[in-house]
Ligand binder design. Structure first.
Ligand code: GEM
Ligand code: CA
Ligand code: CA
Ligand code: ZN
Length: 426
């Protein structure tokens, strides 16, 4: 099913006698006759000096394009015609691999038969949780396991959705002097597998209590906090209209009429410091009007400020990476990070990566980011904090929408890493 915009482009192209190429084989050079798609899927495989190193990945990321993933020296991005042309004139090699609007329509299964006004996952992806289904699951866990869980709220999203947080611990109603560990998910709307990751952690540490020895030990000696969605507005928007939107940001309007701030560039530690975010409201990594200008970030920062969190994982998709701070600089050692502290991050990160088969790295090794959650967690609170990029390792825009058969294997894949973090908390 073509989106309206795509249909208009086709009519325009036909009217001007342009040959419209309907499909591209992966890796082919861009057909000269076809118009560049409004939202083109590209692989960036080389920079002007050939090495696609962190500096060149940072240059691409800070150009305001939508970075889907980066691995083994290549980046997968979504860009418009002008953005692609600008990167090519800067010496980057871009391979056009698809038209995102067409790919999303195909992945969503074409015109849906269900009521498209109600946000729901396309046929075949029903095991993914909508916002309401996620809330119901968290409430059920709290009521079924009242002795070891307590449900509360981090705050509200821009559109007024509650941001639930479930505490899992023995004597859950009491704030005991036990190391506190936080798991956050779905900061970026389209990264729905991460919501399932947080729901799996909830299910494992509630259902497993009393039978699984490791789980029981952690619940008795830690206070585990799980936030399944930091961006419910964006997540619901992404599945609205009967097909996936490929949306990343929140849904807060900007003064110029555009919509969305990148929550993972809006945190207050060195906000906007270092070329790791954009000041352009239309950019996918728009940092917001000011630090913590999004209600979601303001709520999470205030919630963490009031607790004694010792360790944290923020789950994203995709690329299969374990990342640790800092993101704002390539330096291992800098203000706020000694060599000993860095080495500890690397040691635990490498252990976690060997348990799930991801690749470990300092987060700036991917590309520079500023205002991200991990820099704030460590910079402000010295939390042992990581970013996990989950499955798949690549795959273009479809990489955000793995079939729901992948949920169980790809969430349980992180059980060992979660246990390593819990062991090293405190
Ligand atoms: C990343 S997640 C943060 C990783 N940190 C750095 N410095 N690369 C992002 O926020 O852009 C990718 C994603 O959103 O999954
Ligand atoms: Ca306890
Ligand atoms: Ca406590
Ligand atoms: Zn993300």
């Amino acid at each position: 099913m073509f989106t309206k915009r795509r249909a208009l482009a086709l009519v325009a192209a036909a009217a001007t006698g342009l040959v419209v190429v309907t499909g591209w084989s992966a890796g082919a050079e861009e057909p000269t006759a076809a118009p560049s798609p409004d939202r083109g899927l590209y692989r960036v495989t080389a920079a002007k000096d050939d090495a696609m190193d962190a500096a060149s990945r940072t240059e691409v990321a800070s150009s305001g394009v939508d970075v889907l993933g980066a691995r083994d020296g290549a980046m997968e991005i979504v860009a418009g015609p002008a953005q692609a042309a600008a990167l090519r004139s800067d010496g980057f090699t871009l391979e056009l691999t698809g038209d995102v609007d067409e790919l999303l329509a195909e992945r969503s299964g074409g015109p849906s038969t269900r009521d498209v006004s109600a946000a729901d996952f396309p046929a075949g992806d029903e095991s993914y949780h909508t916002y309401d289904e996620m809330v119901a699951e968290v409430r059920a866990a709290a009521s079924d396991h009242a002795a070891i869980s307590a449900l509360s709220s981090v705050g509200s999203s821009y559109e007024g959705r509650d941001l639930p947080v479930l505490k899992i611990s023995d004597n859950a109603a009491t704030d005991e002097d036990e190391p506190e560990v936080l798991f956050t998910c779905n900061m970026h709307a389209r990264e729905h597998l991460t919501t399932e990751m947080c729901l799996h952690i909830i299910q494992r540490f509630t259902d497993g209590y009393g039978t699984d020895q490791a789980v029981t030990g952690f619940v008795d000696s830690r206070e585990i906090f799980v936030v399944p969605s930091l961006n419910p507005d964006g997540s619901e928007f992404d599945i609205s209209g009967g097909e996936y939107q490929g949306w990343r940001k929140n849904r807060q309007p900007n003064s110029d009429g555009t919509v969305g701030t990148d929550i993972n560039r809006n945190f207050s530690y060195l906000w906007g410091c270092c070329g790791g975010s954009s000041g352009s409201t239309s950019a996918e990594d728009y940092r917001g009007a000011s630090a913590a200008s999004t209600p979601e970030v303001a709520a999470l920062q205030a919630w963490v400020d009031a607790r004694q969190i010792k360790a944290h994982i923020d789950f994203h998709t995709f690329s299969e990476l374990v990342l640790w701070p800092f993101g704002h600089t390539y330096d291992e050692v800098t203000d706020g990070m000694t060599q000993e502290e860095y080495d500890h991050f690397e040691d635990i990160g490498t252990q976690m990566a060997s348990s799930n088969g991801y690749t470990p790295d300092q987060s700036s090794g991917l590309y520079i980011t500023d205002g991200d959650i991990n820099d704030w967690m460590w910079g402000e609170h010295k939390v042992l904090t990581y970013c996990f990029e989950m499955y798949p390792s690549g795959g273009g825009i479809d990489g955000f929408y793995p079939p729901d058969e992948d949920i169980v294997p790809q969430t349980t894949r992180n059980d060992g890493a979660v246990d390593i973090l819990l062991t090293n908390a405190g």
